[in-house]
Design a protein around this ligand. Structure first.
Ligand code: FMN
Length: 175
């Protein structure tokens, strides 16, 4: 049995939903899986866990500041344990940008941090235009227009491949 932490950063809840699915899959083995938001628990003592998974969504081209800080603070402990990172973004809906080595955000992120995660994943995210503020809706529609995505203001679309999420969960179970 392993004591596993999934710590995530989300703005609209989708990375939390992905983390929940991972928790279910990893918990099917004889594991104890703790789910925490990096915003709510930035100073969690990760030494008590056997494996760590960090997940974060992209907003305006970046992962959140809290994720960078968490990684900086915990780099040493992270490196001493089995560990993994996953990124959630809508660029990953494109087949040529949905792998860790082809997703521009993940490639850039790995250059910015000193931690080299042992396992990596990129998951396509979700869009829910009616839910966003006027400004966010305008901006994300503009981003989608520039990348040939949907622009209708009532668009709600989930690009996530849940089987991919589940197989990443099984990988974490084995790592
Ligand atoms: C205001 C806003 C800006 C976004 N910026 C980007 C972006 O620059 N690149 C991208 O691929 N996805 C972008 N997204 C899409 C999010 O990554 C996607 O909606 C993801 O599922 C959000 O996960 P979360 O709910 O956990 O925050 C943006 C979404 C919003 C609402």
């Amino acid at each position: 049995m392993a004591n596993i932490l999934i710590i995530y950063s989300t703005t609209d809840g989708h990375t939390h939903d992905i983390s929940l699915r991972l928790q279910q899959v990893i918990g099917e083995g004889d594991n104890s899986v703790t789910l925490l938001s990096v915003k709510d628990d930035p100073y969690v003592d990760i030494s008590q866990f056997d494996k760590i998974v960090v997940g974060a969504s992209i907003r305006y081209g970046k992962h959140s500041r809290e994720v960078y800080e968490f990684i900086k603070t915990n780099k040493q402990l992270l490196e001493n344990k089995p560990n993994a990172f996953f990124s959630v973004n809508v660029v990953a809906r494109k087949p040529n940008k949905n792998q860790p080595h082809t997703n521009p955000y993940l490639i850039k992120f790995l250059k910015q941090i000193s931690w080299q995660p042992k396992e990596l994943a990129v998951f396509a995210g979700r869009l829910d235009y009616p839910k966003y503020s006027f400004w966010d809706r305008l901006m994300i529609r503009l981003i989608m227009w520039m990348t040939n995505g949907p622009t209708a203001p009532d668009t709600v679309v989930e690009y996530t491949d849940w089987e991919q999420v589940e197989s990443f969960g099984r990988l974490v179970d084995k790592m």
